[in-house]
Design a protein around this ligand. Sequence first.
Ligand code: PEP
Ligand code: MG
Length: 324
Amino acid sequence: HQVELKRLKNEPAVTADNIPVNLFANVELLEDIRAARQSGADGIGLFRTEFLFMNRNDIPDEEEQLKHYLALIRSMRGLPVIIRTLDLGADKECGASEKRNCPNPALGLRAIRLCLNNIELFRPQLRAILRASAKGPVQMMIPMLSSSSELDRVIELIEEVKQQLQDDGLAFDRNLPVGGMIEVPAAALSASLFARKLDFLSIGTNDLIQYALAIDRTDDSVTYLYDPLHPGVLKLVRMVIDACQQHLTPVAMCGEMAGDPRYTRLLLGMGLRQFSVPPTSLFEVKDAIRRCDTRLLSVHIDKILASDDPQQIHAAVDDLNTLH
Ligand code: PEP
Ligand code: MG
């Protein structure tokens, strides 16, 4: 099947009724970039920078990070690259950081919280991403935003770093787009706040589902409850898409839900036009996009979103996938 789908590499991600969709790849290690390029992705929608910090005993400095980001940009040959700032903490530990005793790591100092708490860790990364932006179409993405003051602090810091780079005579893109991930239910419920202040949003369903359903994504004993089609989850996703449409802010989804072709029609019907998926899922999702006529979806989508019966929702999504 994969071999058969490979012929889609040079075909555009466009629906049967000619709506163009952006299909990006998620990348963790530089080794994955080859796979991303071979999949024909429109760019990198999520570069997980924390992987450079893991499984080692020191912290990569600004120059090492810059090299890493430049390698990414070079291999993508002019395609856009979204670099996510550090998402350490919770299940992703940095070898060099001291082990803190946190009773509930997923709810503790992780991702942007950790970075704002440790500016000396964060600043070199901001500098490296900004310097990389002089060499290609880079965008910066902030994980795990939950509050307005947190976002304001990040934006302030980026401006500070820009000023320093300018003083140091180092080149960067003055208009570097800055986006945020919506992974916390309260951020989804107040998505308009983030849509107004940021250049783009990306829905991180892995964490959004974990937090919305109170299911630890690393705890196997509760995976049976993990359901992207839970009516509460769908409402949150819809809210983010709606808020972005209102503010004309581009919105993507980069959690695993985006890479599952069973949900492609549903997400297109909910208005999503940018997907970022693991390179291994790209052809399947592109195939689902090309088979989808969005004009047939709206009645079904309204029914799905109005339902609070999980069984009914699952059945309706199955029906959606058999429409021709
Ligand atoms: C997510 O939470 O959906 C996401 C893409 O981020 P990560 O899986 O790296 O936490
Ligand atoms: Mg996440």
